[in-house]
Design a protein around this ligand. Sequence first.
Ligand code: ZN
Length: 165
Amino acid sequence: MQYLPILQHPDSRLRVKATTVESFDKELANQADKMLATMYDANGIGLAGTQVDFHRRLIVVDVSENRDAPITLVNPEILLIGETVSSEEGCLSIPGVHDTVKRSDRINISAKSIDGSKLEMEAEGMLAICIQHECDHLDGILFIDHLSSLKRKRINEKLKKAPEL
Ligand code: ZN
């Protein structure tokens, strides 16, 4: 399986707003397969198209212990229906940075599956938080955007000082 390069903050392509998927063809299915393989390889629990320079509304997630419950969502729309909770997040596009973000602990999702069929689901806990994080990517939003400007400034300074690997 071919892995996709993951864009790293502050790459400006992470700020591109993804467009709606119109055709549910083999190319889209291949893209989702590659994104899942890339996510598992990088030990992530979610990956958005935006992070691999694919600017259409496609995300993949898997928060299961055994890494055997992949979920692919196309054109996801979420409705926040839970309580606001704080939890620690990281991001494959911002390696080495973790911080606490407030999000809803329960969401309703309407999306399309990879074959274009309609999909409605409810998610809670880590799955709900992960899907909110990935949907943010599709709008060009990073989890550090939810932090205070002081925290964000510190993170950006730290990243600037990090040696090139
Ligand atoms: Zn992320």
